[in-house]
Each structure stands twice: as C-alpha cells, then as structure tokens.
Design a protein around this ligand. Sequence first.
Ligand SMILES: NC(=O)c1ccc[n+]([C@@H]2O[C@H](COP(=O)([O-])OP(=O)(O)OC[C@H]3O[C@@H](n4cnc5c(N)ncnc54)[C@H](OP(=O)(O)O)[C@@H]3O)[C@@H](O)[C@H]2O)c1
Length: 252
Amino acid sequence: MSEGLRVFITGATSGMGLLLAQRYLDAGAAVGTCSVEDKAAVVDRLPEGLDYTQADVTDAAATRTAIEGFAKRVGGLDVLVANAGISMPKAAFPDFERGRLVMNVNLMGTINSFEPAMEIMRRQGSGQLVALGSISGITGMPGMAFYGASKAAVMHFCESLAADLKDSGIDVTVVAPGFVATPLTAENPHKMPFLISSEQAVERIYSAIVKRRTRVVFPWPMALLAGVLYHLPRNLYIRLMRIDLLGLRSSE
Ligand SMILES: NC(=O)c1ccc[n+]([C@@H]2O[C@H](COP(=O)([O-])OP(=O)(O)OC[C@H]3O[C@@H](n4cnc5c(N)ncnc54)[C@H](OP(=O)(O)O)[C@@H]3O)[C@@H](O)[C@H]2O)c1
C-alpha cells in the first residue's frame, strides 16, 4: 500500500521513528530522516536504504534543507512525520532550561518540519502532514508541565491545520500514544500505566497514517482514562492528581 510513497520522518534514528521508517521501507517506500547526530554516529543502526541528513529540528533552516533535499532526491514528498521529540525528567520544581528545550524540539520542531513539507505538498496539490502528540497533551498531568504543554500545542496545531487545509489535498494526522517502551521512557522512574511495546505503537501509527485519520489516541484504556479525567470538574481533577492517582510521581 505504501509502495512508491516518499516519506520523511524526523528523528528516525531510534524508538518509534526508527521502527516506522523500517515499516515504510519494507512496504517499498522511499524514506528519509534527520537527527542531531553526525551521520557517522548513527549509520550502524540505520536500516539499509534510509536516506539520512544531519539536522536539528529546532533549526528551521537546517530542517528545511533536509526535507527539501530529500524531496528533490526522490521527486516529491507524500508523507511528513514530525516524530523527533524529547522528554523531561520529573521533578517537583521543573528545570525551566530543559523545559525550553522540550518546547523547542517538540513544538517548534513540528512547526519547522511542517512548514517546508506543506510548501512542497501545496505545489504538488497532495500530501499528508503527521505529528506525534501524546496522551499527556490531553489533560495536565503531574511532572509533565512542559512535555504535556508541548504535546497539547502540537495537537491543537494539527487539528486547526486539518480544518484549514481541507480543500488543499493535504491531510493532517495527529497520533497521541500513551506510554510506549522506547529509549525515551526507558529511564522513567515512575509508573507507566498501560505501557505498550514500540512495535504495537508503530502498527497503530502506521494504520492511522494509511487511513488518513485526523486524530488517533491509544491504547484505548489510557485514552478512556484521559478522556474521563479531562471532563472531571477541574478542582476535583487537581485533587486527584495531587494524591498521585496514576502513580506518575511515585519516585519523588
Ligand atoms: N515513548 C513514549 O511513551 C511516547 C508517548 C507519546 C508520544 N511520544 C512521542 O513520540 C515521538 C518519538 O518518541 P520515542 O519514544 O520513539 O523517542 P526516542 O526513541 O528517544 O526517539 C526520539 C528521536 O528524536 C530524535 N531527536 C531528538 N531531538 C532531536 C532534534 N533536536 N532534532 C532532530 N531529531 C531529534 C532522536 O535523535 P537522536 O537520538 O539523534 O537525538 C531520536 O531519533 C516523540 O515525539 C515523543 O514525544 C512518545
């Protein structure tokens, strides 16, 4: 189904991005990626055929060069996945310097990737912009002030764009996983309710993209829980979070 597609996934040197890149390569797509690291540092873990450019997604010009360069090499761009992201160690008092970086990579990185991709897709009259949100973007959770805010912003950004681009031939998809076992969560000292494997997550992401869904939240027990929590009266919700209902502060 993805044979011949031209797909660029930011941050496909690890975790879900790497598995998604492999999934598309197996299906016969041309796949490109970028990350902050020098090519020599990542080449051993990249699948054969993955087109790599060094580019930090917080650098708009470098991200543009990477995406436009890939599109030029393969003759266009059908799918852009803004996947690159970083997390934030939990602390009662967050480290604001790290917080700024989280906002820059997760939110500005998505914006910096969407801009050149949307321009290419606009010229083509077709394409799909995809971003990684998170269930932590649905409702404010303990220890996730910056990470959750970055993902909430990404999800709002995508939903607005999905409406704005409706007649352009460009679809917008935002995927919001709960906890997924990847290098990003490997060091998490707290509980991770309804944790799923990166293979399970990538199947859900791939299927959401192929079906051109606007918004997909999984796994369903975590999606249901976040949906219920979101609709609680806010005072009650904050009280539940303060008693650490989900065990998200368990190691502090
Ligand atoms: N794991 C979860 O539970 C979970 C849940 C919901 C959403 N997500 C989101 O899913 C996405 C993928 O996460 P993951 O768990 O697969 O994480 P991961 O294994 O840590 O992979 C993150 C990728 O992003 C790249 N990256 C980081 N900073 C970058 C930058 N400034 N510029 C370019 N690339 C950069 C990393 O490259 P380097 O290694 O070279 O730095 C790596 O390839 C992220 O957006 C994350 O927030 C994850």
